[in-house]
Design a protein around this ligand. Structure first.
Ligand code: ZN
Ligand code: ZN
Length: 420
């Protein structure tokens, strides 16, 4: 670990005491400060020394008695003498969790912090370090020594907040992220869990006590083996967009990030767990390319606007050859779409321009045909085919001149990577 290696290298000590520094120490003496708080008045003067060692040097230079660690220290009330107790509390709070990196914070009585700043002004130091920063650092060192975990501000598995007035350590467990692509082969399940509208998820007669609108979802099926292995308390599922409930997601699948909330286990064999999904979700959800993810990836997923390809089964009395003609007119052309009537109540109703990138007829029979179509991100394909009562212009129905109805729709590909 980086910090352990760094600690082996002895740091050069500089702590030259001039009249200004000795004056600070002289004015601070006799106030009952503990060695940590006394030394910390010059915490940002020189380097390579802990604050109690600074205090010892000042005491030697001025012939003062050793400050020790009195409980009655007017700045910290003895907190720095109880770092071991706080470290033990943190370790106990973390029991049952796997952790490798951590961050320490602390909550102080604001009066205590204000008193420290007042003291700085009284003794005239410009080199003071705040009690909170010193406490957080020292607690971190204790935890590193006790557990072998690494302290730092980034990538923490656990965040400890020592609540000094209350006397307890609050624990925040960072989410564990994994990424992958999912294929959805079932036309009856949504991407994410849908709380019941009547009870908002609490469970009621309407939803049979499940709290859900649909019995399961891609999120629940895909997460199950990971939640069990990580002993997580819940999930959040982030997809690069989503398909309709009655649409399948085929091809290479759709990119997603699964966030496991408050995991107890972090070292997971992701490919092996992804493979165990098979039996439970057979014929419904498949996972591809599962690997470690990150919170940053969630942002990238949400910002992505990939083209998508669809296969659409359509019902309509169109003369043979007419669909092909219409698609020739449609490809490369921009269509104007207002939010579909089915979602207009929750989306803004502005007109958006979208392009049909490619389209061709897959097969034709009497009264129905199948097409593949590739569109810009955000195109409402069902509405483009049917016309949505004029809200999409021009629609395929308008181009062939007869009413059309979408029988089924599958997403064949999400073109999120170069050359796909
Ligand atoms: Zn103190
Ligand atoms: Zn309900």
């Amino acid at each position: 670990m980086g910090s352990a290696v760094a600690a082996v290298v002895p740091e050069e000590v500089t702590f030259e005491l001039g009249d200004d520094q000795l004056g600070v120490a002289r004015r601070a003496s006799g106030r009952g400060l503990c060695a940590e708080c006394f030394g910390r008045l010059l915490g940002r003067w020189g380097h390579g020394l802990g604050n109690p060692e600074r205090a010892a040097r000042l005491e030697a230079a001025l012939g003062l008695p050793a400050a020790g660690m009195p409980e009655g220290c007017p700045v910290c009330r003895g907190v720095f003498g109880r770092l071991g107790v706080w470290a033990d509390r943190a370790v106990r709070a973390a029991e049952g969790y796997e952790w490798h990196r951590f961050t320490c914070g602390s909550r102080w009585d604001p009066e205590r912090l204000a008193a420290e700043e007042a003291l700085w002004a009284e003794v005239g130091t410009g080199w003071g370090e705040s009690a909170r920063a010193a406490f957080n650092r020292e607690l971190g060192k204790r935890l590193e020594a006790l557990t072998g975990a690494e302290g730092g501000s980034v990538g923490a598995d656990l965040v400890f907040l020592a609540d000094l007035p209350v006397g307890r350590v609050e624990l925040t467990v960072a989410s564990l992220y994994l990424r992958g692509r999912y294929r959805k082969l079932d036309r009856t399940i949504p991407q994410t869990r849908w709380p019941c509208r009547r009870c908002s998820g609490r469970g009621c007669v309407h939803c049979g006590g499940s709290g859900k609108t649909y019995p399961t979802s891609v999120e629940e099926l895909a997460a199950a083996p990971f939640v069990a292995a990580a002993r997580a308390e819940g999930t959040r599922f982030h997809g690069m967009g989503r398909e309709d409930i009655d649409a399948r997601m085929l091809g290479r699948g759709r990119p997603f990030v699964l966030e496991l909330l408050r995991p107890r286990v972090r070292s997971l064999d992701l490919p092996a767990l992804a493979a165990t999904l098979g039996p439970t979700a057979e014929g419904r959800v498949e996972l591809l390319e599962v690997g470690p993810g990150s919170a940053d990836e969630v942002v990238r997923l949400k910002e992505a606007a990939p083209e998508k390809s669809y296969r659409v089964g359509v019902q309509g009395d169109v003369a043979r050859g007419k669909v092909k003609e219409a698609l020739l007119l449609a490809v490369g052309r921009t269509i104007a779409q207002r939010a579909p009537a089915r979602v207009a109540h929750r989306r803004s109703d502005r007109v958006r321009a979208r392009r049909i990138v490619a389209a061709h007829v897959v097969d034709e029979a009497d009264g129905r045909f199948t097409i593949d179509v590739r569109t810009e991100a955000g195109t409402y394909v069902k509405e483009w085919v049917e016309g949505d009562a004029g809200r999409t212009d021009p629609s395929l129905a308008a181009l062939v001149g007869v009413p059309l109805r979408v029988e089924f729709l599958d997403v064949l590909e999400v073109h999120d990577t170069e050359g796909t």
